[in-house]
Design a protein around this ligand. Sequence first.
Ligand code: SF4
Length: 295
Amino acid sequence: MIVGEKQVKSIIVKSDLPACEFSVNPYVGCEHACKYCYACFMKRFTGHDETWGDFVDVKFWEPVKNPQKYCGKELFIGSVTDPYQPAEEKYGRTRALLEELRGSGAKISIATKSDLILRDLELIKTFPNARVSWSVNTLDENFKNDMDNGVSIERRLRAMKIFHDAGVRTTCFISPIFPAITDVRAVIEKAKERCNLIWLENLNLRGTFKPSVMKYISNNYPEFMPLYRSIYVCGDNTFWEMLDSDLRGFAKEQGLEYKVNDDGFNRPFDAPPVIVNFFYHSKIKKSAQKNDKSF
Ligand code: SF4
């Protein structure tokens, strides 16, 4: 792992992502090295030749001026790369940011694949209506290990429960859903008692990672190749339409609300989680690609 340090002018940037006004990414590059990572586009802008997942730049910034100006604003920490990737254990830049914003009244949301965030639970609890999401796209640890270097699914779900029990709003982000591999129903059943939101996002294969993911499927799940070709070569959406329909029925059986392209943020904490389908929502990725200008 090549770790660099860099000084940036400011760390909080305006965002045009849906449901957030500002975004923050304390790290460039990501040690989790997910095979399907759309953030690898960042290599182009940062002068890195290394393979995605082999480098991380740690950002240092001038003190945040007048943190109170973020009072009531939605601030997304980790819109591009994981703010609790392993480098955070040593450098603590995400924690440093939270310390700077403590008491500002900012409405933070944090996305991660790590349980290192447990270290900062007490600090995160000081933010009004803080939200934390964990990506869980399988319960199969072997498949997870093939896909990413994040902590185990068991550890993510444990962290989700601890935050939820502590009164912090949690999201189980079932993303990306791999056709015929991700058992969405099983993940929902496992997560529903420990989260406020369940977000669904389909696997998109548009980036440079498309050939490697297709090769992985071909080598490991050859029986699914006709399906993957129909979706990712021929552009057939039938699979997603059928899954959408199946999950609507499943949500009803489970007594859970099911929505499309709605963040579902404004629910009472004690209400059962709402399932939100983002299958047809490509704006998040396009926006994210324009999003992080702080490197
Ligand atoms: S955790 Fe997120 S940013 Fe990091 S490699 Fe995986 S998908 Fe990319």
